[in-house]
Design a protein around this ligand. Sequence first.
Ligand SMILES: CC(C)=CCC/C(C)=C/CC/C(C)=C/CC/C(C)=C/COP(=O)(O)OP(=O)(O)O
Length: 170
Amino acid sequence: MLDAALTDTISKFPLDIKPFRDMIEGMRMDTTRFRYDNFQELYLYCYYVAGTVGLMSVPVMGIAAESESSAQSIYNAALYLGIGNQLTNILRDVGEEEFMKEQITRARFYFNLAEEGASKLEKASRWPVWSSLLDYDNFTRRAYVGRTKKLLTLPLAYTKAQSMSSLILQ
Ligand SMILES: CC(C)=CCC/C(C)=C/CC/C(C)=C/CC/C(C)=C/COP(=O)(O)OP(=O)(O)O
């Protein structure tokens, strides 16, 4: 069964079905598994529930025609942004300090990998992605960014979105 918005999206963009199937698998896991014994297992879970969102986003956001990066590397960057987001999402809910430190380092690693790909998206899609990557402190406190701070972040995200390089203004 498809809803109207998804039907419309599928008719307009070249979406692959695999991330959708994998996401459903992640939802199944959510109902049966509550512990992950190592990072490999946790990574797989993060892929199913969030990496898949990144993969679904790329065909909709579009890759810049002038990008010289491979499509594969941009899909990977999108996948890593999903992984970083999901790790952040989990660690916000777990108060344990040692565990947190390790996951913060991991999440930062995936956010860094995502940055390069963010600059290779279609120009109109870069700004929202940069807005989500810049200056959000999800790590040391519950993710809350006030309206003023959000607005102040937008010009920098916009400037970065004008360029194909992820290195400026860092
Ligand atoms: C970087 C490039 C090339 C493209 C961008 C591709 C994108 C948009 C990736 C981001 C994918 C994404 C938004 C993943 C987040 C998934 C996630 C952690 C959702 C959590 O949402 P909720 O379940 O509503 O959160 P709560 O648990 O707080 O309720």
